[in-house]
Design a binder for this molecule. Structure first.
Ligand SMILES: CC(C)(COP(=O)(O)OP(=O)(O)OC[C@H]1O[C@@H](n2cnc3c(N)ncnc32)[C@H](O)[C@@H]1OP(=O)(O)O)[C@@H](O)C(=O)NCCC(=O)NCCS
Length: 143
């Protein structure tokens, strides 16, 4: 199902939320989110960009944006998809007036930490035991 790389779109229909939930479960098997959670995030003002291979969700409040979740199908990793989605997000939030992007990432998630550093994020703090006993690094990028 997730074999082709489609152009990312902003989902509006439940069918697309189902696909994102399926992909989220593959990326985060220990804490999957359902289609309704993605639909509720969208309804609550979050933006979602997704393709067959990846998704990114963010929220912008005034001049600050926060990455809520990002994931790429394991078969499609290492090909620049997350980097591309972060680029799309950055363009969108700039247009919405954001000046900074924040995120939290587990200290044990080296691929994601490397991704964010490569995309220009720097460490801005530490949240002890944020994820079930694991610390989170707070990262920020000025845009
Ligand atoms: C983190 C994740 C989104 C990266 O997606 P991706 O499409 O493979 O990332 P990219 O191909 O754009 O890689 C960009 C950079 O990230 C880093 N990176 C990606 N995968 C890596 C790995 N397995 N090990 C170390 N660094 C890695 C590298 O710096 C890479 O740059 P390079 O290719 O020039 O070395 C993906 O591994 C994933 O979905 N993981 C599970 C979900 C998750 O942890 N999400 C983040 C939660 S905060």
């Amino acid at each position: 199902m997730f074999q082709c790389t489609c152009a990312p779109v902003m989902p509006k229909k439940i069918k697309m939320f189902n696909k994102i939930a399926e992909l989220h479960k593959i990326c985060f098997p220990h804490k999957p989110w359902g289609a309704n959670e993605f639909r509720d995030l969208k309804k609550s003002g979050c933006e979602i960009v997704a393709s067959d291979n990846g998704f990114i969700v963010w929220r912008t409040v005034l001049d600050e944006s926060e990455i809520i979740t990002v994931g790429v199908h394991p078969d499609a990793r290492g090909a620049g998809i997350a980097t591309a989605m972060l680029g799309i997000m950055e363009n969108e939030v700039k247009k919405a007036g954001a000046k900074k992007i924040f995120l939290e990432v587990s200290t044990e998630n080296a691929p994601a930490i490397n991704l964010y550093k490569k995309c220009g994020f720097g460490q801005n703090g530490l949240r002890p035991k944020y994820y079930d006993g694991t610390d989170a690094i707070l990262m920020v990028k000025d845009i």
